[in-house]
Ligand binder design. Structure first.
Ligand SMILES: C[S@@+](CC[C@H](N)C(=O)[O-])C[C@H]1O[C@@H](n2cnc3c(N)ncnc32)[C@H](O)[C@@H]1O
Length: 202
């Protein structure tokens, strides 16, 4: 589930986009613990998930969860009519390589929906952090991609962009999340995620 405000802001945009696509075979790239697998299944599609972390795959549930690299997908060409990739593109240095590989696995007319940390993260010097069970704070590196880099990679892979969305954190968290108040004081209400929906051209 979306367990933090950023994931919630992202899912509020991605979930309705997925729901309007009538897919038969869907792939969730960088599936992690499988947050999007039930949402993709709810569209009526048969769903595969792929992730290169066995630890993340072990945390999730559902059939057809495969260990593999997003840049060398272990699937034949044109196998899927919908690919979702949520908040994993920041782990990839070569956006062109990833986008070409997802386009290869998509059939003509197939849909790609994916999200990334907003480029403003790099401009503002934000970092990705999490606290482990022992209370220690860890920082996770990420590759910042400009909107123009996404658009170039999509175009070069033969994917036509239908929608770009740049959600902000929802106001429902203001009272409940202690960090959000401080965040708003410092940064206002910036866009935190970017979401793309593109279609593979003939
Ligand atoms: C921030 S998590 C997002 C998980 C899930 N998509 C979500 O939004 O809940 C990023 C995931 O991408 C996976 N990942 C990163 N690089 C990958 C690659 N090259 N191939 C496959 N999985 C990758 C990580 O192992 C991790 O599970």
């Amino acid at each position: 589930m979306a367990h933090n405000p950023l994931m919630r802001a992202e899912q509020d945009i991605v979930e309705p986009l997925l729901a309007q696509i009538r897919a038969k075979r869907a792939l969730d790239v960088g599936t992690g613990s499988g947050r999007y697998q039930p949402l993709l299944e709810a569209t009526g599609a048969s769903v595969h998930g792929v992730d290169f972390s066995l630890a993340m795959l072990a945390r999730g549930h559902g059939a057809r969860r495969v260990c593999g690299d997003a840049c060398r997908l272990p699937f034949r060409r044109a196998m899927f009519d919908l690919i979702n990739a949520s908040l994993m593109v920041g782990d990839i240095a070569d956006l062109g390589e990833l986008t070409r590989e997802m386009a290869r696995a998509l059939c003509t007319g197939g849909h790609l929906v994916y999200s990334d940390f907003h480029p403003s993260w790099a401009q503002r010097g934000w970092s990705r952090t999490f606290r482990s069970a022992d209370g220690e704070l860890h920082s996770v590196s990420f590759n910042a991609h400009a909107i123009d880099d996404h658009l170039t990679a999509l175009e070069q892979a033969g994917l036509r962009v239908r929608t770009i969305r740049e959600p902000r954190l929802g106001s429902q968290w203001d009272g409940s999340e202690p960090g959000i108040k401080a965040f708003r004081r410092r940064w206002g209400n910036p866009q935190v995620v970017v979401v793309f929906h593109a279609v593979k051209e003939p």
